[in-house]
Design a protein around this ligand. Structure first.
Ligand code: BGC
Length: 860
């Protein structure tokens, strides 16, 4: 019997504080007969005792427009869905409680509570805040609407109100500050209660950015904004008046910085400070600032929170001659240590972190100014402690001053990132490729800490646009990244200059990097929303980002010189081409203006396609015309003589992958020249940020699949697998972040955890395993396995908006067998290596065919 499962609204999995008054609704249909499809659906909403039912015809089950009257602030509703499949209605789904957030600025009346209006420019202490209050009755329902200027944790009567870490995360606070809604009903009681907070600088006023970074970027103060609302037995909801109740005292973190680390002195944490009985008469009254114009910048979070996702025990523990104890967690992560210490009062344990070892020591040089040292000073009682206001990128840690023997379980590493749903898997017969894939998964996890960043360890951790521009398709396959990306894209739009200029990283900081927007970086404004449409069928993101997308392409028009190509702008080009010297990563083989012009064509074409999706034919024609104009300029300048690009693999790959060729023959010629260049280079990587994500596609789609495999399975440096052979557990920033002799690349910019070059996993999913979207949201899929490279089997699974799609192939002798699983709502076209094609619907399918036929047709 089929059933409706996975009901959700919007992009988050919980629906408390729904981000939109008209959130979009999604569900999946499971356990249907083979070939079945949803014929109709009914959505039922209960609100204020009334039930409203809406019938929808057809197979739509992904991001369906809210068919009811908009949600009101704080409104509580219950949603359920059922579907008609093969003439029969399913049962109603599990009901989903959907509750409105605060949609009007006037709904906010609580003040910003400011314990510290300024502080000297150095790592600063945390603050404790408490507000004691009395409730006449145990509430029927209670909500805490919570955010901060700084980073904070909150408790009620000593119990944490949530397990979120580093709340409220980082946005361009001058434009947007996100809050979350917590159900705190069970934490409150009749009589005395207390709301407790620990607050530190975070991104708001702590040191962020490179080259020394900046302090006080968003303000000189820190503050929390907490509105506590209780509903009594009379059904009336009241805001608990806390203004006179707030008290503040210096917190136990004697210094805390995201880069620097946290020093915690447990003696500074007064026993019972967060319980009602505590005497806070010695504490100060913090400043109360009316919420004022800040209310207009508040918005309910659209992404999942950052949490401790798992903990890792050390795989090796080794006493050092220095007296320190070294721990190897076997995996490069973003997170912190959690320690269990029993030491005399005043005793300090210091925790050092690094991604790699060099010369038998922690390799901390790549951290640059991100000191990444935490310390814990004991109050004399056994304590489990984990820093709250900092985060590090590390695999190794050293404990200095550990009291006595280290027992099992005394120290674990807490892995911290946005709590996204895992959605994609890949496996194959080559363990090195599997490890490469696993490394990409980890680099994604480590860099999706609330926003998509470049790296988790050094003094950056910035939302570099180019990195996510190339990685977005991989991200969308592997995890439910939509919330993180949608939130970040709002900042991209908010920070675009008046002429459409997109900062090279977002949130943007003026910390010395040239402010000119670079191609492949600024194009994130177009490519990321387009990818979300392509991979998740998210049309709403195209609507929402439309003005940002078009503003960027309109901006590109300003960069076109008299010859109709991009010229004269600041360009990062094919960043980190291995031919570029360590100190000049933009000095690539391929002309940076060719790269910029190719991206101008690409973004204009994507905006034209988005215009078509959104029903804007005039815009479609306008952006196509702009693409044609730049393409014509590119032909005159570079493409009429393709031989001139023979030394520039990225240029050739762009011709193929970005559809820059005049006709099929020219495209094939570019592919052939690329194959020659790749062979001449001994199948080692000769591309940077721009060429690397597309080169395997460019080869495979022009009949050079074996060259793509030879590149993929190369283990000599530079190659994807070289780091794997060096023991990497994440993707490195540079092909040779660690040199073959085990020393760290001398370049000042060397990280061991950058996902950008890992974008190639999208090729593993789409081409090697053969699971590619053929219509938005995987409504149609192209199943096309690509045996080769000595692989005997490969498989991929993806939790699409409609359910799980699974593809697995195996070669035995000359025969290929293929198993495919499609969920309700998805149809597929299967193409075997021998060219036979078949169309399939939901259900399980098995195919057999010849394994080794040459692939002449294009694979797009
Ligand atoms: C970042 C990159 C980024 C680049 C561009 C680096 O410092 O880590 O990943 O895209 O700068 O300049």
């Amino acid at each position: 019997m089929s059933a409706v499962v996975g009901l959700r609204v919007g992009l988050r999995s919980d629906c408390l504080g729904a981000p939109l008054t008209t959130p979009r609704v999604s569900w999946r249909v499971v356990d249907a007969a083979p070939g079945a499809a949803q014929e109709a659906a009914e959505l039922r909403l209960e609100r204020e005792g009334e039930v409203d039912t809406v019938a929808l015809d057809g197979p739509g089950q992904n991001l369906i427009d809210w068919p009811f009257a908009p949600l009101r602030s704080r409104e509580r509703t219950v949603l359920a869905v059922r579907a008609r499949v093969a003439g029969e209605w399913t049962a109603w789904s599990e009901p989903l409680a959907v509750e409105g957030a605060l949609y009007e600025a006037e709904a906010w009346t609580a003040p910003l509570v400011v314990p510290s209006a300024s502080a000297p420019h150095r790592t600063r202490p945390s603050w404790l805040l408490r507000a004691a209050f009395t409730l006449a009755e145990e509430p029927v329902r209670a909500r805490l609407y919570a955010t901060a200027q700084g980073v904070f944790t909150a408790s009620l009567n000593g119990a944490a109100v949530s397990d979120e870490v580093l709340a409220p995360g980082w946005t361009s606070y001058d434009h947007r500050l996100r809050y979350r809604v917590h159900d705190v009903t069970d934490l409150l009681g009749e009589g005395g209660n207390v709301l407790g907070v620990e607050l530190a600088d975070g991104w708001f006023r702590g040191n962020i950015g490179f080259d020394g970074g900046l302090w006080d970027v968003y303000g000189t103060h820190v503050g929390v904004l907490l509105q506590l609302e209780v509903t009594g037995a009379d059904g009336v909801t009241r805001i608990v008046p806390l203004d006179d109740a707030w008290r503040a005292a210096p917190g136990p973190a004697t210094s805390a910085g995201l880069y620097e680390g946290e020093a915690h002195d447990a003696r500074m944490l007064p026993a019972g400070w967060d319980a009602p009985a505590f005497d806070a008469s010695g504490w100060d009254r913090p400043e109360l600032r009316p919420v004022g114009e800040l209310a207009a910048r508040l918005e309910p979070a659209i992404n999942e929170p950052v949490r401790v996702i798992e903990t890792l025990a050390p795989v090796a523990v080794e006493a050092q001659p220095s007296g320190r104890i070294r721990l190897d967690f076997g995996q490069n992560i973003s997170g912190v240590l959690r320690i269990r210490v029993d030491a005399p009062a005043g005793h300090t344990v210091t925790l050092h972190h690094a991604e790699v070892l060099e010369d038998g020591q922690l390799g901390t040089r790549p951290l640059r100014r991100a000191v990444s040292v935490d310390s814990f000073t004991s109050a004399g009682t056994p304590t489990t402690w984990q820093p709250r206001h900092t985060i590090h990128g590390f695999r190794y840690a050293e404990l200095e001053g550990w009291p006595g023997e280290l027992a099992d379980g005394d120290v674990v590493a807490a892995v911290i990132h946005t709590d996204m749903e895992r959605r994609g898997w890949f496996a194959c017969s080559d363990p090195l490729l599997e490890r490469l894939h696993e490394n990409v998964v980890w680099s994604m996890r480590d860099n999706f800490v609330d926003l998509p960043t470049d790296c988790p360890q050094r003094d950056e951790r910035l939302g570099w646009t180019g990195d996510i521009q190339v990685f977005a398709p991989a991200a969308e396959f592997l995890y439910g990244a939509d919330g993180v990306l949608a939130s970040w894209l709002r900042d991209v739009a908010a920070q675009q200059g008046p002429d459409g200029w997109v900062p090279n990283f977002v949130p943007w900081l003026e910390c010395g990097f040239p402010s000119g927007a670079s191609a492949a970086w600024g194009d994130a404004a177009v490519v990321v929303p387009w990818t979300m449409w392509e991979r998740r069928g998210n049309r709403g993101i195209l609507e929402r980002q439309w003005s940002s997308m078009t503003a960027w392409v309109d901006h590109l028009a300003l960069r076109i010189g008299p010859d109709d190509v991009v010229e004269g702008s600041m360009e990062l080009g094919d960043w980190l081409d291995p031919a570029a010297p360590p100190e000049d990563p933009g000095a690539a083989r391929t002309d940076r203006y060719l790269v910029a012009s190719a991206y101008a064509v690409r973004s204009a074409r994507l905006v034209a396609r988005a215009a078509a999706v959104l029903g804007r034919p005039a815009d479609r024609d306008r952006y196509d015309a702009f693409a044609d104009r730049v393409l014509a300029g590119m032909r005159r300048r570079w493409l009429d003589d393709l031989d001139g690009l023979a030394h520039a693999p990225t240029g050739l790959a762009l011709v193929v992958a970005f559809e820059l060729a005049r006709d099929e023959a020219e495209r094939q010629r570019a592919g052939d020249l690329l194959s020659t260049a790749v062979r001449d280079g001994g199948h080692r990587v000769q591309t940077g940020f721009v060429g690397t994500p597309i080169i395997c596609d460019a080869l495979a789609s022009t009949g050079h699949l074996e060259d793509a495999y030879a590149l993929l399975t190369q283990t000599e440096c530079p190659s994807w697998l070289y780091p794997v052979t060096m023991g990497a557990t994440t993707i490195w920033e540079r092909w040779d972040s660690m040199l073959p002799d085990g020393s760290i690349n001398p370049g000042d910019m060397t990280s061991f955890n950058h996902y950008a070059l890992g974008a190639v996993v999208d090729f593993l999913h789409r081409v090697v395993a053969g699971l590619a979207p053929a219509a938005p949201g995987y409504r149609e899929v192209a199943i096309r396995p690509s045996p080769g490279g000595g692989l005997t089997w490969a498989s991929a699974r993806h939790l699409s908006p409609y359910g799980e799609i699974a593809v697995a192939w195996r070669v035995v002798g000359d025969e290929l067998s293929l198993d495919v699983e499609l969920p309700v709502g998805v149809t597929g076209t299967v193409t075997l290596p021998d060219g036979t094609t078949e169309t399939i619907a939901a259900g399980s399918h098995t195919f057999r065919g010849a394994a080794g036929a040459a692939r002449e047709e294009t694979l797009r």
